[in-house]
Design a protein around this ligand. Structure first.
Ligand code: SD4
Length: 323
């Protein structure tokens, strides 16, 4: 997957004649991107670089902004090195990989799947729920049956490496005390040249979660929210914190008042910090993009990185931290 990532980045660079930062290397001291421009794509963590590159190629080829976000996050879903998304994702406490995903288009339509097993691209099932059913969310067995009826194939998503990590974790756990950890969900929001927005969010959720646990990522308004008149936002981190405050919706509603994406993300994190007792290892990160193409990311704590591509430049940025 490293090669595919490298290929996507270098082919993008070649097509626009610029050099790109290497995946995984944040740009030290790079200025926050405040100026708005269209098109623009923002996504969470360093695997967002490869996802951005794939999404950008879609826009460059004249595909829709919805195609762009779906294609973008599918890169992370298929990458076994991304241990919190799709194939290679760490399992729940029983050793099962269960996936959560959602998608929104510029018309405000939404689709989601939760606790879906054995499907490589949950984001594409979420899109199908949005486009082909009167519903917003399908879960568990029903979501799997729906996917299979629509031509998706079953796949084993637990890689040997992820199994080893789970086996090690299992040995160290006291019975009955599963703990969640790990947060590298991919959330992406894109704005096309015409000013239309779409977003996608997909994850295997917190590693070693209780079986049946669903996080923020597939919940419209929590893990992702897009309003074509205002902007879009996505979340990563401990989903329970984001769900209790409907974080992405809050970010978009803050932007509706006219404040910048950066201020909006910070205010949503302040809400979490005010309302919820936090443990020292709990992280949440928000990304946001305004209708004008201003972008920002903000973390509860240091270490949150996000990727932005605009004017053909794909950058990994280190977010400011609230605490
Ligand atoms: C969740 N937010 O299931 C997800 C976890 C994650 O980056 O990996 N976030 O709570």
């Amino acid at each position: 997957m490293y090669n595919r990532r490298k290929f996507l980045l270098s082919s993008l660079a070649a097509s626009i004649g610029i050099s790109l930062p290497l995946a995984g290397k944040p740009i030290a001291g790079s200025p926050r991107i405040r100026a708005g421009s269209r098109p623009a794509i923002i996504s969470t963590w360093n695997h967002g670089l490869a996802a951005n590159a794939a999404a950008w190629e879609q826009l460059a080829a004249g595909r829709s902004v919805l195609d762009a976000v779906e294609t973008g996050v599918r890169v992370s879903e298929a990458d076994p090195d991304v241990t919190s998304v799709g194939f290679g994702g760490l399992p729940d406490s029983s050793g099962e990989v269960t996936l959560d995903a959602c998608i929104m288009n510029s018309a405000g339509d939404a689709g989601a799947v939760a606790c879906l097993k054995n499907i490589l691209h949950p984001i594409s099932v979420a899109r199908l729920v949005m486009e082909e059913t009167p519903h917003v969310m399908l879960v568990g067995e029903g979501a799997l049956e729906f996917a299979m009826r629509n031509g998706f194939q079953k796949a084993n998503l637990l890689t040997p490496d992820a199994r080893k990590v789970w086996e090690k974790w299992k040995k160290t756990q006291e019975a009955g005390k599963p703990v969640g950890s790990g947060h590298d969900t991919i959330g992406m929001v894109a704005l096309d040249a015409g000013g239309d927005l779409a977003g996608a969010c997909t994850t295997s959720g917190l590693s070693f979660k209780l079986p049946g646990r669903v996080g923020d990522s597939p919940i419209i308004g929590a893990g992702l929210y897009v309003d074509n008149e205002v902007g879009g936002a996505a979340a990563t981190g401990v989903g329970e914190l984001v769900m209790k405050t409907l974080g992405s919706f809050l970010v978009v509603e803050m932007m509706r008042t006219g404040i910048s994406p950066e201020e909006a993300c910070r205010m949503a994190l302040e809400r979490i910090a005010e309302k919820i007792p936090l443990k020292s290892d709990m992280q949440v990160g928000f990304i946001a993009i305004s209708k004008a193409g201003e972008t920002a990311g903000y973390g509860l704590r240091k270490s949150f990185e996000y990727a932005v591509i605009k004017e053909g430049r794909n950058q990994l940025l280190t977010a400011s931290a609230l605490l």
